[in-house]
Ligand binder design. Structure first.
Ligand SMILES: C[S@@+](CC[C@H](N)C(=O)[O-])C[C@H]1O[C@@H](n2cnc3c(N)ncnc32)[C@H](O)[C@@H]1O
Length: 210
């Protein structure tokens, strides 16, 4: 099986993760990814890349919104997750471009996607990798495209400890992502809650001057 180099914390237990996500009905319009896709303002015919897609539920849920003219893609640095995502797509008989790749080194041309998303992944990345990742996600966005980062938002002591012991990484990734969006010159930057513990930061790559 292919491997990809990353200092991000990848997950190998794809089947269990997928079953858990399925039980939470994450793909329903009122479910977690439904809310995330609402925030992305995804339109028919648009192209979407989900970074750290896990078993692929977000790109799969996006298909209904973008329709046959649109294109959904997902990358993850875990071979098991990508294998599972491909199985999920083929079971449904749908086309999604799932690839094994690290989000700090995206295998796509500049300005490829209208929307780039990442959910619950940023806290898996050391700060310098997160910095490279944000630059990559901005690079592959079309002018006028939207970047949406979703991650843990409440920096309570309990959450800090949980992230530290489960991932050996600190919380605060969403705050860092927000600062990096500002530094990258994204426009219309907005933040808010997705649920009690989870928040989002969203920005738009400046459109080309008329
Ligand atoms: C908690 S899961 C989130 C999966 C999915 N986005 C979701 O919300 O259900 C984090 C995912 O990030 C992936 N990951 C960690 N570091 C990564 C990196 N540097 N590049 C790509 N994927 C990475 C892990 O393998 C894992 O599938």
């Amino acid at each position: 099986m292919d491997v990809v180099e990353t200092r991000g914390r990848t997950l190998r237990w794809a089947r269990l993760y997928d079953l858990g996500s399925g039980l939470l009905h994450v793909e329903r319009p009122s479910g977690f990814f439904g809310k995330v896709l609402d925030l992305a303002d995804l339109l028919p015919g648009e192209s979407l890349l989900d970074c750290g897609c896990g078993p692929g539920h977000l790109p799969l849920a996006a298909l209904e919104r973008i329709g046959s003219e649109g294109k959904a893609s997902g990358i993850d640095a875990s071979p098991k997750m990508i294998e599972r995502a491909k199985q999920n797509a083929s079971r449904r008989g749908v086309e999604v471009d799932f690839r094994l790749a690290a989000m700090e080194d995206l295998p796509f041309e500049d300005e490829t996607f209208d929307v780039v998303t990442t959910t619950l992944v940023l806290h898996h990345l050391p700060p310098d990798v997160l910095e490279d990742t944000m630059a990559e996600m901005v690079r592959v966005l079309t002018p006028g495209g939207r970047l949406l980062a979703v991650d843990f938002a409440l920096a309570t002591q309990r959450l800090r400890l949980m992230l530290h012991f489960s991932h050996h990484l600190s919380s605060g990734a969403l705050d860092q992502a927000l600062r990096l969006m500002e530094d990258a010159g994204l426009e219309e930057i907005e933040t808010g809650p997705v649920s009690r513990l989870i928040g989002y930061a969203r920005g738009m790559k400046p459109p080309l001057a008329a």
